[in-house]
Design a binder for this molecule. Structure first.
Ligand SMILES: [Fe+2]
Length: 409
């Protein structure tokens, strides 16, 4: 453990020193140089103290965010300096060969002022993006609308509106006013049903309490349904006893019920309009590399294979590994979990990129395979890094459409 901390500080000090060389090049004022070193060091020390004190409050996540801003800045500067050094080194070696080893240090070519200025200028872009992501990005709610057409959707469900939301991570919320705006935006879509696909909390059920009333105000005539996400089981925090952990999950489900959600744990519910019904199926978390309590076979028991089916499953890897290959046709699957890693670039029709794509094949938005559709919601809340850059909190509005009705238009 001590060895790991030693390596950690060695890397941090190394980054700080290397990137500071650019500051040293552009200013003769040594106060600015030492202030740069000190600020970066304080940011890291503050974060380490929060870890030692086990203070995993909102402040902890902000201190983590600041570390990310600082490291992003330093790495960006280092990239430039490293390229410059890559050129300076052979020049130095060449001079040594030409002039001899004596006074060899004085042969080192000096740093170009322009390179250092450019490195600091360009490094400010990712650093300030991460900073702004904490101030504004995380509450920059987006309503993303999809009209999806299905062959076997009953006529009565033509135009049925689903609001799909996911990953509240209640313990991360820190602004009631902004959250109220987001909740209001959900209700403004006037959905027929609201489907929440897991991760209501980060770790413990009590995270819901400050926001309970607000979340309760989400409303739809056909009700609101929820499933469990990997964070809901309390697996990422320490418990005094297993009973405490079990009771926490029970409390989480009870609180969701009190807020008006029906929690589907490997179960299904028939949604009825006039004489027509569709099956709404909800499974527990099933993720590749995560908890695998989801049991699609159990959830589908007593359903009719010919009926239109919507599945709520937190982790989109479940779709790829279990749902697509299942002998029953699941028309529409709704997932979350990826958060689009809260970082990326999205310009509709031009670019859609996030580091999330290297971990998850289906990481945001609509995908269609084998005649089945999945929507991966980018998440309503945020986790760890208390911000979002380029991938914003999402409220999905899905309007179902029957293929036959489309033909008759
Ligand atoms: Fe999540």
């Amino acid at each position: 453990m001590i060895f790991r901390w030693f390596i950690f500080f060695l890397v941090i000090i190394g980054f700080n020193w290397y990137s500071s060389l650019a500051v040293k090049t552009i200013t003769k004022n040594s106060w600015i140089y030492y202030a740069y070193l000190l600020v970066n060091l304080l940011i890291v020390l503050n974060f380490v103290f929060q870890i030692i004190l086990k203070n995993f409050s909102t402040y902890f996540f902000y201190s983590l965010g600041l570390v990310m801003v600082s490291i992003a800045f330093q790495i960006s500067v280092i990239v430039f300096l490293f390229i410059e050094d890559f050129i300076r080194f052979p020049v130095w070696v060449y001079r040594i060969f030409g002039n001899g080893i004596e006074n060899s240090l004085s042969y080192i070519p000096s740093r170009r002022l322009f390179i250092s200025q450019l490195s600091i200028l360009l490094a400010s872009i990712p650093a300030s993006a991460l900073f702004l992501g904490m101030l504004k990005g995380k509450y920059n709610y987006k309503v993303i609308k999809h009209q999806l057409t299905f062959k076997r959707l009953p006529e009565d469900f033509n135009g049925f509106k689903i609001v799909h939301i996911s990953d509240f991570h209640c313990g991360s919320f820190d602004n009631k006013e902004k959250l109220s705006y987001g909740i209001d935006l959900i209700n403004k879509q006037k959905p027929d049903i609201i489907l929440f696909t897991g991760d209501m909390v980060n770790n413990i059920a009590d995270e819901i309490l400050p926001w309970k009333e607000l979340i309760s105000s989400i409303d739809a005539p056909h009700g609101k349904y929820a499933v469990l996400g990997n964070h809901d089981y309390g697996d990422y925090t320490a418990w005094n006893s297993n009973d405490d952990k079990v009771n926490n999950l029970k409390k989480l489900i009870d609180l969701q019920k009190e807020m008006g959600f029906t929690v589907l744990k490997n179960a299904f519910k028939k949604i009825k309009i006039n004489q027509s019904t569709i099956d709404l199926i909800g499974v527990e978390n099933w993720g590749s590399g995560f908890k695998q309590k989801g049991d699609l076979d159990k959830a589908l028991l007593n359903t009719n294979p010919n009926d239109f089916k919507i599945l709520m499953s937190h982790d989109p890897t479940h779709w790829k590994e279990k749902v697509l290959t299942h002998n029953q046709h699941i028309d529409l699957t709704l997932s979350g979990h990826t958060h689009g890693m809260q970082f990326g670039i999205e310009i509709p029709g031009i670019i859609k990129w996030s580091p999330a794509k290297y971990r998850y094949k289906h990481w945001a938005g609509i995908y269609q395979e084998l005649g089945q559709i999945i929507n991966v919601n980018r998440g309503f809340g945020f986790l760890a890094y208390p911000g979002r850059v380029g991938i914003y909190p999402e409220i999905t509005l899905i309007t179902l459409q029957n293929k036959e009705s489309l033909k008759s238009v």
